[in-house]
Design a protein around this ligand. Structure first.
Ligand code: TEU
Ligand code: CA
Length: 571
């Protein structure tokens, strides 16, 4: 199971590297940066969608699964990128978006042609109720009703996301056949796995019942973990996944630990791992009328409770994905750390330490390895994400919230924060494009960019490189059992990874800008021959942990200690 030792790097292609000056990242841009990624040390690249798409949801609205969006290049460009990655020992995982297609997909064009078209029920159609209203009051994730009226055939169709993303009807075996054929087609091309977009939503609840009440008279579409979900995944595994050496990760909104075990328990032959969202959904200790937008940030003790529960929960029963960032989340150094210039590098390294020493497969989102921060977009015209734009309209126009309040929400947790161009160097547009970028470059690119970090031993890049190297060389970092330490400390998140024998790693992370009393476990460990694995200060803490200090120490068989210390000396 190669993916248990792997570190995955997520690329958002449109914002990664533009090779032809049209302001849009592309496949040849990715190919040109494979040596950078090899140097970082990552094993797998997960590409957000590059398939043919009108771009309503930046490619998560696919109109042809077997064609490359010309904005990103050609299928030849894709094949070259794939073989260049493989020649460097890097694997490629594609984003599989099969809960819905674009409304410009040929299947939907047929489905809307007539009520008796053979592909009509590839999608989810329902009659209006007696008053002409939708069959239920479900809310779409991007605002408004989850139902769109289709005049020509006189029915509503379901779209849990944008109206240009009609949901597929997975209860239709012929639809499943077409999906599995398409997946096999990509596997035959030699890709190494799939990240499966909102895969927990593909089986809709019988009768499509209204969920909990939401603002605007809508209700929650309770579509996660539906009645046939696991049988569809077992069918997918049997007919496609089991026939190739793949890594599969399901994006599973609504999945708790027990669902995650059902997805990832190897005996069940479904998926290798899942993305759960408890730790990136804001504090559960406060109510929020508008969910992620006005939900207060999670405190470290809350974050520690969630992450620890998942570490314990999947031990010997499944496998965790470890992430604090992706293309839908604000930048972790801004959300969980401190992006003020004085603390940005320190807190970025601290967060990386906290995440990477846990049990599971770590995911690095493009730019996270540089400590890239949230963008500061002050005008709604700078925003590109359909979720941001439709939320802005709903909250200002329907809910009457002030522009200032809503812009504050977007600046804090909007998805555009993750989608500003990768910052390569301090040349115009951060070296991302020689043209006009599709979205503004974060102005701090002059201070935060790859060129200034790849040779700097104190950079965030160098620190991630070392964390990845440690994961590739320390089996206890992959297999060791997780055990929480200092459970009541409200500044320091500390845990242990225990190997079979006496081997263990102790991790200490001060999540605050205030010094914290030095845990006695640190001095005790060094008292019995521990060695420093990595830390974000040049020397060991004396008497207290310093602002955002992170420290990982190794206690193991004597021989290994000497090896580790020699390695340290030689670096
Ligand atoms: O995201 C699913 C999802 O739940 C997101 O809506 C996310 O939770 C939300 O944006 C947080 O505010 C996947 C993709 O990652 C996302 O980019 C797509 O927009 C969405 O599915 C539809 O394909
Ligand atoms: Ca381009």
């Amino acid at each position: 199971m190669w993916w248990k030792n792997a570190v995955v790097y997520q690329i958002y292609p449109r914002s990664f590297c533009d090779s032809n000056g049209d302001g849009m990242g592309d496949l040849n841009g990715i190919t040109s940066k494979l040596d950078y990624l090899k140097n970082l040390g990552v094993d797998v690249l997960w590409l957000s969608p590059v398939y043919q798409s009108p771009g309503d949801d930046n490619g998560y609205d696919i109109s042809d699964y077997r064609a490359i969006n010309p904005e990103f290049g050609t299928m030849e460009d894709f094949d070259r990128m794939l073989s260049e990655a493989h020649s460097r020992g890097i694997r490629i995982v594609m984003d599989l978006v099969v809960n819905h297609t674009s409304d410009e997909h040929a299947w939907f064009c047929e489905s809307t042609a007539s009520r008796d078209n053979p592909r009509r029920d590839y999608y989810i159609w329902r009659d209006a109720d007696k008053d002409g209203n939708p069959p239920n009051r479900w809310w779409s994730a991007f605002g408004g009703s989850a139902w769109e009226w289709h005049e020509k055939t006189g029915q509503y169709y379901l779209h849990l996301f944008s109206r240009k993303q009609p949901d597929l009807n997975w209860d239709n075996p012929r639809l499943r056949d077409e999906i599995f054929d398409m997946m096999a087609w990509w596997c035959e091309k030699g890709i190494d796995g799939f990240r499966m977009d909102v895969i927990s939503m593909i089986s809709k609840p019988d009768g499509l019942p209204d969920g909990r009440e939401l603002p605007g008279g809508f209700t929650e579409p309770d579509c996660c973990n539906g009645p046939h979900l696991h049988s569809y995944l077992r069918e997918m595994n049997e007919r496609v996944l089991s026939r190739y050496s793949l890594m599969t990760v399901g994006e599973c909104p609504g999945a708790g630990i027990e669902e995650a075990v059902l997805f990832t328990n190897p005996a069940r032959k479904e998926l290798n791992m899942v993305f759960q969202f408890e730790h990136v959904s804001g504090s559960r200790k406060a109510s929020a009328r508008y969910d992620k937008w006005d939900r207060p940030a999670m405190s470290m003790p809350e974050l520690r409770e969630v992450l620890s529960r998942w570490q314990y929960g999947l031990e010997k029963r499944g496998w965790n994905s470890l992430f604090l960032n992706n293309h839908d989340q604000p930048r972790c150094v801004s959300r969980f750390g401190n992006d003020a210039p004085r603390y940005r590098t320190l807190s970025a390294k601290m967060l990386a330490t906290c995440l990477h020493f846990m049990k599971g497969t770590p995911y690095i989102y493009q730019g996270e390895e540089l400590g890239m921060t949230n963008a500061c977009m002050t005008d709604i015209s700078q925003y590109r994400d359909i979720e941001s734009l439709q939320t802005y309209d709903f909250l200002t126009k329907q809910e009457g919230l002030s522009e200032e309040t809503v812009m504050g929400y977007l600046q804090a947790v909007g998805r555009d924060n993750a989608r500003t161009p990768m910052q390569w160097d301090d040349s115009p547009n951060a070296g991302f494009t020689s043209g006009h970028p599709w979205i503004d470059v974060n102005p701090n690119y002059t201070e935060i960019n790859a060129a200034s970090q790849i040779d700097d031993q104190n950079s965030v890049f160098f620190y991630y490189q070392e964390l990845i190297r440690l994961r590739h060389t320390l089996p206890v970092m992959v297999d060791g059992r997780y055990e929480l330490l200092l459970p009541d400390n409200d500044q320091i998140y500390s845990y242990m990874r225990a190997g079979n024998g006496t081997e263990k790693i102790l991790v200490f992370c001060n999540f605050t800008k205030d010094p914290a009393p030095l845990p006695m476990e640190i001095s005790e460990a060094f008292g019995c021959g521990a060695s420093r694995l990595i830390g974000n200060y040049p020397d060991l803490p004396q008497g207290k942990m310093r602002p955002y200090e992170a420290l990982a120490i190794y206690i193991g068989m004597k021989g290994n200690d000497d090896e580790i210390q020699n390695e340290q000396k030689n670096r």
